[in-house]
Design a protein around this ligand. Structure first.
Ligand code: ADP
Ligand code: MG
Length: 243
């Protein structure tokens, strides 16, 4: 089948083995450029492992990964980290102020983040610029996640990886983060991969969905597949609701 969208990331027969354990087993699939792909599946299915492979935190034991048409091994690690941002569930922030956190990607490159830029990024993620010099530990969970997302935007990534970023948030903060991700996706045309255990979120926010089980990609396609799939395993998984 031909497809109208360009491909941001391609997995070809990707395996990840630890001893006898097949953590990823022959995963082949794509993430389309500028689109949001959600990844769902039971705990331990290999979702986070897929994400860590997309920015080089882990490498396949066999198989190939291509980012924007180029083999991931051909990227310098520093280039890859700038090209592909990642945000995690607990929004790990460093000690210090919001500004210190936003500066981190620049500090690592021996550069300085201008205050104006920091303010503009805070506005982008819907945070009050007055929070710039607030101690990061005094923020709410939702605010911390916004700072964490803002920090990933400093490097102007083309691809953003999101691992269960709303799992520990209340419904209001969850909704705000969902709207924020949709806005960033639209404004900067960033390719997003979002792991979520919230199936409604996977369908509503995702353009495409990967369903993973036991280290395998069992189905991928438009997110409506979660309702339409004839695959009995997927039906059972969806009927089980949250897991
Ligand atoms: P998910 O994000 O879908 O919950 P993960 O990708 O985190 O799953 O993990 C997939 C499986 O691989 C799990 O069973 C996990 O325990 C195992 N695993 C992940 N990393 C390692 C590792 N470094 N050593 C051994 N087992 C691992
Ligand atoms: Mg995980």
């Amino acid at each position: 089948m031909t497809h109208p969208f360009e491909i941001a990331i391609r997995f070809e027969n990707v395996c990840y083995k630890k001893g006898d354990l097949h953590i990823l087993n022959q995963v082949s699939g794509v993430f389309y450029k500028g689109k949001i792909t959600t990844i769902v599946g039971p705990s331990g299915a290999g979702k986070s492992t897929v994400l860590k492979m997309c920015n080089g935190l882990l490498s396949p034991t066999s198989g190939e990964i291509y980012i924007d048409g180029k083999n991931i091994n051909e990227y310098l690690p520093t280039t890859l980290r700038k090209h592909v941002g990642i945000a995690l569930q607990n929004a790990p922030l460093i000690r210090g102020t919001v500004y210190d956190n936003l500066s981190l990607p620049m500090t690592l490159q021996n550069k300085t983040l201008l205050e104006d830029e920091a303010v503009s990024i805070l506005e982008d993620v819907g945070l009050n610029p007055k929070l710039l010099y607030r101690d990061s530990h005094d923020l709410s969970g939702g605010q911390k996640q916004k700072v964490s997302i803002a920090r990933t935007l400093i490097n102007k990534p083309k691809i953003l990886l999101l691992d269960e970023i709303t799992s520990s948030l209340d419904p209001t903060s969850t909704h705000e983060i969902e709207q924020l991700i949709l806005k960033i996706n639209e404004k900067y045309n960033v390719t997003m991969i979002w792991i979520t255990h919230n199936l409604e979120q996977a369908i509503q926010i995702g353009n495409y969905t990967w369903v993973m089980m036991s280290g395998k990609l069992i189905e991928s396609g438009e997110s409506s597949l979660l309702h339409d799939s004839s695959n009995i395993k997927i039906q059972q998984f969806v009927d089980g609701g949250r897991y």
